[in-house]
Design a protein around this ligand. Sequence first.
Ligand code: FMN
Length: 169
Amino acid sequence: MQVHEAIQKRLSIRRYADASIPAEHLDMLFKALQLAASANNYQNWEFVFVKEPELKQRLVPACSHQRFVRECAYFIAGVADPTLKWHMVDITIALTQFALQAVEFGYGTCWIGAFDEAHVKRILNIPTDKKVVICMTLGLPAGKHIPRGRKGLEEMIYLNQFGRRFEAI
Ligand SMILES: Cc1cc2nc3c(=O)[nH]c(=O)nc-3n(C[C@H](O)[C@H](O)[C@H](O)COP(=O)(O)O)c2cc1C
């Protein structure tokens, strides 16, 4: 699969089949995180992969009762040292690569921003001086998922000056 296909196929997956992820896929998914760009190459990121069903069940109320958190193969918490300036960007770049790599293998992901940080930290034993920046679910999609709409390019791409139309669009 080419990168542009993965970008076009990716969409948030909120229903998952009961399927596990083989080690060779996990390996490549971990690499997608590891090889991401980061500010000063600080690699200010750690990722807790949650597979244990009982833990995933406990994460549901910590994630605004989003039930698919328990159905995914892995719930991932993206953890960083919040004292470094670009921590939110670094984690986001890594998980974006991860989400695209997942598409190539036929998996789906969903960003999880609706979570109670203190609650997630307690469940996963994350140190208090670390920040849970964002979470993500990963698994084999089940059922049909409909792509969501997007703004037109003319509303977001400008040439030379803010608000000036990029005529090629
Ligand atoms: C930072 C961030 C937080 C998000 N949090 C949630 C969430 O808690 N639950 C959820 O179902 N989707 C969440 N999403 C997914 C968005 O709703 C989704 O990306 C958006 O509607 C566009 O749809 P698409 O991903 O299918 O293209 C989040 C996305 C981002 C980038």
